[in-house]
Write a protein that binds this ligand. Sequence first.
Ligand code: 3HC
Length: 306
Amino acid sequence: MATGIAIRAVGVIGAGQMGMGIALTTAAKAALPVKIFDNSAIQIDRGLKLVDSLLAKDVNKGKISEDESKATKARISIISSMDDLEGCDLVVEVRNHWCWVTPCKSISPRLQAAAENLQVKQSIFSSLSEICPPSTILATNTSSISITKIAASAAKPEMVVGLHFFNPVPVMKLVELIAGLQTSSDTLARARVFAEACGKDVTQSADVPGFVSNALLMPFLNEAIMCLEKGIATRDDIDKTLRLGMAHPMGPLQLADFIGLDTCLAIQQTLHRETGDDKYRPSVLLGRMVAAGWLGRKTGKGFYDY
Ligand code: 3HC
């Protein structure tokens, strides 16, 4: 049972699809105020448009009233400095752009969306330790980086926890809860209460590479890519096999595009590096597609054209 202070305000670092999805779900389902920080004005603009369009869709479908939509939007605020996260009882870090550290105007934005980076996350958690009171839960939405390693950079590592949401956050029903070696049982319990308040079911995983979800999903996606690479079946037949034969909502190649091929590659590299197990070795084709800047839906080209 959670014994720490209740969660009354939430911070989100990162205004991409995942960050905005978490912010919207927090504001709409848990009815909590959310502050969002991102150092990219373009990302914030896109993120706010996404929230507006999702709220408008729910109003049009009669799922929520105009007043509920306005109340949800009013709970979401954009902050211009991480220092403004000081009043939050829980902060979720959802950051996976290396341009966080090295904004590089000369490189195309499609090539800047890249791997999650441990050093970036550690510097964020070290800053959060100075900004937030010691009772604040510091959560990360990392898909494969070790919670234990991230926690090591925080002043109170027992307050650090993994809260792994799934894309699209407003739709997917699961949150994976991950304890690092240092995470306290009270932090875990409070994080679980928060995820449930967001309307999610919670599963718990140990801090192993990829946790349960990506340790299972990534070899499956990679196997599908290797089927294509080896000419075993066409793209459409691979996806159709899983959609119609196994009732998956998307085929694996479509899902890899949806997640982002750079994200898939980064997770697979982490799994392979950290376990040394060749079953996680990313396919050559995946590496080549990322090198070409074909990252899936977000760049308009992956296994499919968008
Ligand atoms: N954001 C918010 N809502 C979205 C959305 C988005 N990006 N995309 C779709 N939706 C909503 C739609 O608005 C619609 O809502 P409604 O029922 O209120 O109208 C609902 O989802 C269904 O959408 P559509 O009818 O347009 O399309 P589909 O029925 O084909 O569903 C899908 C789309 C929900 C994305 C479905 O294809 C699906 O479940 N795909 C699998 C997604 C998945 O596996 N996600 C996990 C990825 S792994 C991950 O995130 C972990 C990471 O670590 C890698």
